[in-house]
Design a protein around this ligand. Structure first.
Ligand SMILES: Cc1ncc(COP(=O)(O)O)c(C=O)c1O
Length: 426
């Protein structure tokens, strides 16, 4: 069936959608066309991305979970990438690399304790897979505990830590993987056994609906892991690199994990890279055979050049101060909206610029995504709690853009509230 296109849609865009539907994903092409969200990305800069026709321009309140922390096409990073291309390319994953070493050294300096070794990957799932491999190889234990509704990626081991809907259709085995409710210490204690190799958690689970843990939760998890001889892996793929107002999200909770997984924002939105950071004693896993884990593109030298600068920018105190000012401005505005829509906007979750809006009704999140889109905001609901809309603006947005965004959010909430009422979902 041919989708209906808005008047003025260019032939190029119609062709692009047809080609996407015929060769990339027929399901996605239909889904977005049916919803009237048939955007095909065109120009993008800073906080904005435009449709290839230029008919639609969205403020990015999702940032791919942090990929665009520093905005789309950050000019400083583009300049650096061009300069880096004069000397570097992917590099060779078998050989030693000065840029990989330089980035790893910088990551080590930014981390507490002896989190001094980094193995690089391409994407977050791959980096999570490696963390699990290291936890098992280093301990001769097999069991991995994660949070129900948490999310660590779609790759082999990472997908086994997540929701069954992501693994069952593919027949992925989840033997040795156990899930407990996030925030529930007695449940975790119950699940811990002699053969528990690691507990893996997002510092603030994003897909579960930006659930900010109480101050005592992660310290209690840390304590439990230490007592039972299990490792604590924190997934900072979304919470890392300044998103929460501190360089690393776990700093808010005064815990030191055994491994930290990084991805998304490390790329500067330009060059895919991910990292598994581990405490020095864990590196022994690679002593007998340093080639036992390989990633051809992991830690590509061009990516390392970008990631090193991303880390410098994100660790700067002035940068973090601005993130916190932005967070305060959002909180103030959201408070007003909560008063205005008290029966619909029923909660606000926030750690810095990692924010979640909680609405009334199961369909509220998806409807908010649609009404936000209609009001020029890109905002995605939390897949494992559809009453929550995630709000992750670029960390480099301007303070005076907050009011502009909030005006549109106000209209989006009013429209979604109306729609929820119409379909009886409230
Ligand atoms: C918290 C978290 N961990 C892991 C991943 C997986 O990362 P990737 O998609 O790069 O494999 C994601 C991706 O959304 C994520 O949000």
């Amino acid at each position: 069936m041919k989708p209906d296109f808005k008047p003025g849609t260019s032939q190029e865009k119609i062709k692009a959608i047809a080609s996407f539907g015929a060769h990339v994903s027929s399901g996605k092409a239909k889904f977005f066309s049916d919803l009237g969200m048939d955007m095909v990305m065109g120009d993008r800069q800073g906080a904005f991305l435009a449709d290839m026709d230029g008919q639609k321009k969205l403020f990015n309140l999702h940032c791919n979970g942090g990929v665009f922390n520093l905005g789309h096409r950050n000019p400083e990073l583009i300049k650096l990438l061009k300069e880096s291309l004069r000397t570097f390319d992917i590099g060779n994953h078998h050989l030693m690399s000065r840029v990989r070493a330089g980035l790893a050294e910088k990551i080590a300096a930014s981390m507490p304790g002896d989190l001094d070794y980094t193995v690089f990957g391409v994407g977050g799932g791959e980096a999570v897979d490696l963390a699990i491999k290291v936890a098992r190889a280093g301990s001769d234990r097999k069991k991995i505990i994660s949070a129900r509704g948490g999310y660590h990626g779609h790759t082999g081991l990472a997908v086994a830590t997540g929701d069954r809907k992501y693994r069952e259709p593919f027949g992925v085995s989840s033997a040795g993987f156990v899930q407990v409710p996030f925030g529930d210490i007695p449940a975790l204690e119950n699940a811990m056994a002699e053969d528990t190799a690691a507990v893996i958690l997002e510092t603030v689970p994003a897909t579960l609906g930006i659930v900010v843990p109480p101050q005592n939760y992660l310290p209690a998890v840390r304590d439990l892991c230490s007592r039972k001889g299990a490792l604590l892996i924190l997934d900072e793929i979304q919470t890392g690199l300044g998103r929460t107002g501190k360089l690393w999200g776990f700093e808010h909770f005064h815990v030191v994990p055994d491994m930290v997984v990084l991805g998304k924002g490390l790329s500067g939105g330009l060059y895919p890279i991910a990292a598994t950071v581990m405490r020095t004693p864990l590196e022994k896993v690679f002593h007998a055979d340093p080639f036992i884990h390989i990633s051809t593109f992991g830690g590509a030298e061009l990516g390392c050049c970008i990631a090193k600068r991303v880390l410098e920018i994100s660790a700067d105190q002035e940068f973090l101060d601005k993130v916190n000012k932005l967070a305060d401005a959002f909180a103030l505005h959201i408070q007003t909206l909560q008063e205005k829509y008290a029966d619909f906007l029923v909660g606000f979750r926030q750690l810095g610029l990692m924010m979640g809006l909680v609405f009334e009704g199961e369909l509220s999140g998806p409807l908010m995504t649609k009404t936000a889109y209609d009001n020029d905001l890109l905002m995605i609901y939390a897949n494992n709690d559809t009453t929550v809309c995630q709000m992750l603006p670029p960390l480099v947005m301007e303070l005076d853009q907050v009011a502009w965004v909030m005006e549109r959010l106000d209209r989006s909430i009013a429209a979604a509230r109306q729609l929820c009422g119409d379909i009886g979902s409230r």
